[in-house]
Ligand binder design. Structure first.
Ligand SMILES: *Cc1c(COP(=O)(O)O)cnc(C)c1O
Length: 378
């Protein structure tokens, strides 16, 4: 069955008693036991809740995994995965990384004896050189943030297997609709469901999927023990969002290609990063390994003064953090989303004072282009 169909089916068969088409929101903390030592399968909502489970089963199916897990936020999901490691372990990480993940690694988990090395994961030799005897995992963003680089996941999976590492893929920017990392050799996928999966800029959530039963047991143990689970209401909202994942992403991408092409020829724009453009260095690889190029664009204006002008003069496009929702959003990574990346690393990556990041929504592309035109030329 195609992913679009699977997404629409999420939760559909849950309530056999009433036949409810939409999954009910099981807004309960606890469940009655039918007898001594017996359970309906649900005991206490931190350990399991039907609305949350429908979402967890749904994402596991879309990603081709054996089990899914839902957390309060994307950061809570990544935190849940870091519980798999212990003091002294080392993890190799994509250098062009979501700022919040970098902060979690460098300012929280380093206190517990985990260490992290940041490398360009599109450079296999650099990844291999960063592996040490105590390295336990490779953590990559499938499409990086904000510079939209795309790594060769099957090659990284081969390297991980050869060196005995877990391969964890943050697939937030692509979703299972555009790429399925578990099929390409990853052991675990993680999502900020806040973004494309929920899709409406109205709730937060994090999801994890694995295709390895023994890992699923351990991840469940930590999810239940640590307790940062997704609440039933939010689980329901994310299921509702996911039902339209395919149609939304088709439109997001169509708009993104039109806007990237328009920006590319604009005299005030000096650089456009969008993997859907044929001249992007990872275009050919991504075309082979993913079903599309997503809808995130980063671009450089020709002078710093234009940054503030664009952020303040765009009207239809909101100046706000986050991404992946139906509403288009624009942000300035150096000061906003990526402020917690060390300045020296930001400079090396090219996260500079003329770089803007655009999350292209599903509005009419002509209206979005007009908004950008008047902001740039205004
Ligand atoms: C937003 C984001 C996160 C964090 O998710 P939250 O839901 O905001 O906690 C992690 N990874 C990527 C790639 C993101 O874009």
């Amino acid at each position: 069955m195609q992913i679009t169909t699977q997404a629409v089916q999420i939760g559909l068969e849950w309530d056999t008693r009433t036949g409810s088409v939409a999954i009910p929101i099981y807004q309960t903390a606890t469940f009655r036991h039918p007898g001594l030592g017996q359970s309906t399968g649900f005991d206490y909502t931190r350990s399991g809740n039907p609305t949350r489970q429908a979402l967890e089963d749904g994402i596991a199916r879309l990603d081709g995994g054996v089990r899914g897990f839902a957390y309060a936020t994307g950061m809570a999901a990544i935190t849940g995965l870091l519980m798999l490691f212990k003091a002294g372990d080392h993890i190799v990480v994509t250098e062009d990384l979501y700022g919040g993940t970098c902060r979690l690694f460098n300012q929280v988990f380093n206190q517990f004896g985990l260490s992290f090395s940041y490398v360009d994961t599109t450079d296999l030799a650099a990844v291999e050189a960063a592996i040490r005897p105590e390295t336990r995992a490779l953590f990559v963003e499938t499409l990086t943030n904000p510079l939209l680089k795309f790594a060769d996941l099957p090659a990284l999976a081969e390297l991980s297997r050869r060196r005995g590492l877990l391969l964890i893929a943050d697939n937030t920017f692509l979703t299972p609709y555009l790429m399925r990392p578990l099929e390409l050799g990853a052991d675990i996928t993680v999502y900020s469901a806040t973004k494309y999966l929920a899709g409406h800029n109205d709730t937060l959530g994090g999801l994890v999927v694995t295709n390895r039963p023994e890992l699923a047991e351990r991840i469940y143990f930590y999810q239940n023990s640590v307790g940062a689970v997704l609440a039933p209401q939010d689980s329901w909202l994310i299921i509702r969002g996911m039902k339209t994942l395919g149609v939304r992403l088709d439109r997001h991408q169509e708009n993104a290609l039109r806007i990237a092409t328009w920006l590319e020829q604009h005299p005030r724009i000096s650089k456009v990063h969008y993997p859907g453009l044929p001249q992007h260095p990872d275009h050919a690889l991504m075309k082979r390994q993913a079903r599309g190029f997503g809808a995130m664009i980063a671009f450089e204006v020709d002078k710093h003064a234009l940054v503030e002008q664009v952020l303040l003069k765009t009207g239809l496009i909101s100046f706000a953090e986050s991404l992946g929702g139906v509403e288009s959003l624009i942000t300035f990574p150096e000061v906003q989303t990526h402020a917690d990346i060390p300045a020296e690393l930001r400079a090396r990556l090219g996260i500079n004072n003329v770089l803007l990041r655009l999350s292209v929504g599903i509005e009419d592309a002509d209206d979005l282009i007009e908004d950008l035109r008047q902001a740039l030329e205004g």
